[in-house]
Design a protein around this ligand. Structure first.
Ligand SMILES: [Zn+2]
Length: 209
């Protein structure tokens, strides 16, 4: 749920960076854009897991699950319907990009009063935020206060708990927002993995992970 042109631009950059032809990138963008409407739309019960993490803390993020699911579908359909394969991958990319767009926002209690809507941050993210507010002086006093909560900005942080970058910290534009950059990188890795799986030769702008 980046702005639609963010999704499009991130997808185009990633597709270009791994060396996909123009028509393939167009299919990716088409599948990606379609994720925001119909049964996969963010405001429907069936579509929520594509945009927000619908799984409880400790379980694999629903967006990562869906990205893997569409990856498999794309691999399976590749030899008979290439266009469909790219469209499936576009859906998978949307989920991956929304991981960074939303982090764990709106992954808390869901379906309030039967509306299908959730409320704000997941408990985990709220605790990180509150603890940081309480212990903020440690930054100025140069005192090391042990933080019991994992740091989403740490490179050791896993995908299972939260976005790698705190949502509250950045409000920059496309080029300066680290979450956009993470989104591009993970989109490239996703496409690169697919190209490997079907025997295409990726042109990588990043190091083999
Ligand atoms: Zn979305």
């Amino acid at each position: 749920m980046w702005p639609k042109d963010y999704h499009e631009e991130i997808t185009q950059i990633a597709g270009n960076n791994v060396g996909l032809p123009e028509y393939a990138v167009d299919y990716l963008v088409y599948g990606n854009r379609g994720t925001d409407s119909g049964s996969t739309g963010p405001l429907t019960a069936t579509g929520r897991p594509y945009h927000f993490n619908n799984n409880p803390p400790g379980q694999t993020d629903s967006r990562k699950e869906l990205a893997d699911y569409y990856f498999e579908r794309a691999v399976n359909v590749w030899s008979t319907n290439e266009a469909q394969a790219w469209r499936y991958l576009g859906v998978g990319l949307h989920a991956i990009q929304d991981y960074h767009a939303h982090g764990q926002i709106d992954a808390g209690p869901r379906n309030i009063l039967g509306t299908g809507m959730g409320v704000g941050h997941a408990p985990h993210s709220i605790l990180v935020f509150i603890f940081e507010v309480i212990t903020a002086p440690r930054t100025f006093a140069n005192i090391s206060v042990p933080n019991p909560m994992p740091d989403p900005d740490s490179s050791n942080f896993t995908w299972d708990g939260d976005s790698r970058t705190r949502l509250i910290r950045y409000f920059g534009g496309f080029d300066t927002n680290p979450r956009v950059l993470d989104s591009i990188t993970d989109s490239e890795v996703y496409l690169w993995r697919f190209m490997e799986a079907v025997g295409l030769e990726p042109t990588c702008s990043f190091t083999n992970p």
